[in-house]
Design a protein around this ligand. Structure first.
Ligand code: ADP
Ligand code: ZN
Length: 720
């Protein structure tokens, strides 16, 4: 017998397998989807059995061992991997590796492990009774008497010394039993009854003949409650469900909303878990012990059988697209898996992406809308403040309006959230003598001043240097800080107000559990004001928050990306959703230098459809998604010349071979021209036909052999 094995190593030929002979004693255990250990050159590598063949005429090496008792990947996941590979042009093995938690890799076995409970129990009753009658060791007699009444008992209940002798005498034995680190065990509460609007929406979902449904409902309209009903129905039919949420909104708050209704029937997968915990959760799923998986992006690969529904909440979140290889989009994967299982995909959002809404608008997806908040809370009143006028009045950070409103909320003992999309103290340091800006030595980007740690840090490569007042170029003592970061806001708040302020950004949440701790203490009103970055924009529900301020709404607008208006709209609506969720009317203050921008204006009136209609016209005239698809090629090299020359070669090749539906832009210097001492160029291709572009790109990958460059391909990139 011969098997084709996909080994864990990258090639230009991205799906290449190697044939190995199966020794006779292993033949019976061979199955597609199991992993094997094989000799490869001088190494031993893990690989997946992809195919089983008759003997071959060639002389082949033998496989060393079979790693898995059961196929680790089902036929569904094996095929799914191949389909994804064809679309995003990554290495097939990288997808299979993404599907599995780290715990399954042999080399990780030491630090990721299975946890056991150790028990002892009587094995020989006669000996036990004999021991009780003859022995003089009172404590041991007590143990034996205790055990005689029970099936077994936890070993650590007794002292080791006492047990040892009983074990040696073969009166008792030790047994171990696998346990999970996370055990959800709650009393199951019934799900709330839906209100008439929710019922109407749910009926539309139930009766739709489309594979994908866009549930477009404002924040607080009760989408999550609809999800629960949909899931419950599938579970009752014996089917399973996947719920994806953005990593950042996988808060204990959110998870407990589900565990309240489904208790131990849930496995949770997110980055807050240790690798061992993830391994535990994955085994629960694989063994069919749970029917619901809630998780971030990679949970879409959960090995559930018989999936009845896949729900993707906050579908506009960029976290569903993996930024590193393999650059898959969990929404595309969800649609493929749903098709296989004959299940529906529900995309939920208050602010869907333009592409998703366009598909729903054109009838490819079912469009279901919810325009009323479930608990009758009013949408917050959004006020736009023109910071150009405020600067004239001398208000550089907070407008007078925002200061007055903060004072008002503090006096009423209500809570406030302030948002700024920039961590650190200031954006950059500039020399007032020579005008130079302090830059990262490895990247073409300014360093951010962090006052707490007295460091200038690069947010791209992690480089850090001590802060100095002296300009690194002219050596004068003339460096000044410009721009705002969350640290500076925190400091200013403490200067101006007598309030308890807590900050939430990457710098304050790097420790495990820090994130949940800040959320809980803010929830318990230990703080009056929460200041933070994107991290606080989504999913949090604090009943006492009645004021939300966006310190600078222009941070996203100023990024040169065709989606910058869309991102601004999303951000403003999301942070607005944090205000006034429980009865008290909320207020949102948006500070901007672009008060006339259409994204900001439509966001003020909560008019998503208005924004969509304006934005889609621009997309059409500029030939951007959804009218054209995009592919982004990044060419990196240690030298500028090499990166540039190879980019020209590649773009020439594409131009010579392209079909009429393609528009090739570039090569141009990357938006950040140097990161970690690698120079980047990029080529953007706009295209309409997926097959044409795939053929060209596949050809490029297979002929590219310049060892001095790296070529990175991103199909449907989220940032360009
Ligand atoms: P969304 O997911 O659309 O933001 P949620 O499902 O979180 O909305 O609902 C917002 C709030 O309204 C939650 O506190 C939720 O418990 C409550 N809610 C939703 N639907 C109902 C209902 N039918 N009856 C009572 N309360 C509801
Ligand atoms: Zn850097």
């Amino acid at each position: 017998m011969v098997v084709s094995v996909l080994v864990e190593i990258s090639f230009n030929k991205q799906e290449k397998t190697f044939d190995y002979l199966v020794p006779d004693n292993l033949v019976n255990d061979i199955q597609i989807g199991k992993r094997v250990l094989v000799p490869f050159g001088k190494q031993k590598l893990e690989g997946f059995i992809m195919d089983i063949k008759e003997n071959s005429d060639y002389e082949l090496k033998e496989i060393i061992t079979i790693i898995d008792k059961e196929p680790i990947l089902t036929q569904e996941l094996l095929t799914l991997g191949k389909e994804i590979q064809k679309e995003i042009l990554c290495n097939l093995i990288s997808i299979y590796q993404t599907m599995l938690p780290k715990g399954y890799k042999a080399k990780n076995k030491d630090n990721i492990n299975i946890k056991y409970n150790k028990y002892i129990k009587i094995i020989n009753k006669e000996k036990a009774i004999d021991f009780i009658n003859t022995s003089k060791a009172k404590k041991q007699i007590q143990i034996v008497e205790d055990l005689l009444n029970k099936e077994k008992e936890l070993k650590n209940k007794y002292s080791n010394n006492l047990i040892k002798e009983l074990l040696n005498k073969d009166i008792i034995i030790e047994e171990k039993e696998e346990i999970y680190r996370i055990n959800i065990n709650e009393d199951i509460k019934p799900i709330v009854n839906l209100n008439p609007y929710q019922i109407e929406a749910k009926n539309k979902i139930d009766n739709s003949n489309k594979d994908v449904i866009l549930l477009h409902g404002i924040t607080g309209s009760g989408k999550t409650e609809i999800y629960m009903h949909l899931i419950k129905e599938q579970i009752d039919k014996g089917k399973s469900a996947i719920v994806l949420v953005p990593e950042i909104s996988l808060t204990p708050q959110m998870i407990s909303r589900f565990t309240k209704h489904f208790s131990s029937n849930i496995a949770v997968l997110h980055s807050g878990l240790s690798d061992s915990e993830k391994y535990d959760e994955y085994r629960k799923i694989k063994r069919g012990e749970v029917s619901i998986v809630i998780g971030a992006r990679s949970a879409i690969f959960a090995p559930l059988n018989n999936i009845g529904i896949i729900i993707i909440d906050e579908e506009q979140s960029s976290s569903y697209k993996q930024e590193s290889n393999p650059k898959y989009n969990a929404i595309d994967v969800a649609i493929k898996r749903a098709k296989y299982h004959n299940a529906k995909v529900i995309l939920g959002s208050a602010t869907p992406t333009i592409e998703t809404y366009a598909r729903a608008d054109k009838g490819y997806y079912e469009l279901v809308s919810l325009n009323k908040r479930a608990n009758n809370a009013k949408l917050p009143n959004i006020e736009i403040i023109d910071m150009k006028n405020e600067i004239k009045k001398g208000n550089r950070i907070f407008s007078s309006e925002l200061i007055n409103e903060i004072k008002d909320r503090l006096s009423k003992k209500e809570q406030i959230i302030l948002f700024l999309n920039k961590r650190g103290y200031s954006s950059y340091q500039m020399c007032s003598n020579c005008g130079e800006v302090v830059k990262c030595p490895n990247c073409d980007i300014t360093l951010t001043y962090h006052k707490n740690s007295q460091m200038n840090r690069c947010h791209y490569c992690g480089y850090a240097q001590n802060v100095s007042e002296h300009c690194p170029y002219c050596k004068n003592k003339s460096l000044k800080s410009f721009g705002l970061g969350t640290e500076k806001i925190e400091e200013e708040l403490n200067n101006i107000f007598d309030a308890k302020v807590v900050r939430m950004d990457i710098d304050t949440t790097s420790k495990k559990g820090a994130h949940a701790k800040i959320i809980n203490s803010f929830m318990n009103h230990e703080y009056d004001i929460l200041i933070g970055t994107q991290m606080i924009a989504k999913g949090l529900d604090f009943p006492l928050v009645t004021l939300v301020g966006v310190i600078n709404a222009d941070t996203l607008l100023n990024i040169p990306d065709f989606r910058s208006n869309e991102h601004t709209y999303h951000l403003i609506s999301q942070v607005s959703g944090r205000a006034g969720r429980a009865g008290i009317e909320g207020k949102v203050i948006i500070q901007t230098f672009n008060p006339d921008n259409y994204a900001i204006k439509y966001a003020k009136y909560h008019n998503y459809v208005g924004f969509y209609e304006e934005e889609i016209k621009i997309r059409k005239s500029l030939k951007y998604p959804p009218y054209f698809f995009l592919a982004l090629l990044k060419i990196g090299s240690k030298t500028y010349e090499e990166a540039k020359n190879e980019s020209i070669k590649i773009s020439d090749y594409i131009r010579r071979n392209k079909s009429d539906d393609m528009i090739v832009l570039g090569p141009s210097v990357g938006p950040i021209s140097k990161i970690n001492n690698i120079y980047y160029f990029q080529i953007i291709i706009k295209y309409r036909n997926k097959e044409n572009i795939n053929n060209i790109l596949k050809e490029i990958i297979s002929i590219e052999n310049n060892k001095k460059i790296s070529l990175n391909i991103d199909i449907n990139p989220l940032n360009i």
